[in-house]
Design a protein around this ligand. Structure first.
Ligand code: DQA
Length: 155
């Protein structure tokens, strides 16, 4: 069995980013986004990362510029990026550009299946750079994204 905690200096690290309004999970349209809070979801994703020998850090911001800055920093500080950009998915060339210059594997995740929703949610700028996209699995999608990233980083 692989050790639950990675040996110091050897661990790969992932940054899990969440965009606008995702801090409101739990109260925000639970029929679409579920009843769990972002804290619950990040705790579950963090636990799975630890089990898989990855270091992880989760951040959320309602501001596009914060996300851009964190992605720029991730170029040096993390090995992979999991991102739910919220509504910025559909509008932000700045986030796409930052992810492109980060030169790290990116997994895009959405709680809802954006393709079953309004037309304006069908297009994602981030998908242009993402290695893979998870949408419609609710909060469990974050755990799935961590598992997928662990496989990518092992290669
Ligand atoms: C979302 C889908 C987006 O269209 C929406 O703006 C969000 C959440 C999701 O996780 O399903 O804020 O990214």
């Amino acid at each position: 069995m692989a050790p639950a905690s990675p040996a110091p200096g050897q661990a790969r690290s992932i940054l899990i980013l969440n965009g606008p309004n995702l801090n409101m999970l739990g109260t925000r349209q639970p029929e679409i986004y579920g009843a769990e809070t972002l804290q619950d979801l990040m705790a579950a994703a963090g636990r799975r990362a630890t089990e898989l020998g990855l270091l992880s850090e989760a951040r959320q911001s309602n501001h596009e510029g914060d996300l851009v800055t964190w992605i720029q920093q991730a170029r040096k500080e993390f090995d992979g990026i999991i991102i739910n950009p919220g509504a910025l998915t559909h509008t932000s060339v700045a986030i796409l550009d930052a992810l492109t210059l980060a030169e790290k594997p990116v997994i895009e995740i959405h709680l809802s299946n954006i393709h079953q929703r309004e037309e304006f949610r069908h297009h994602s700028y981030v998908s242009k750079i993402a290695k893979g996209v998870l949408a419609g699995f609710g909060g469990h999608g974050y755990v799935m994204a961590v598992e997928a990233m662990a496989r990518i980083l092992k290669k």
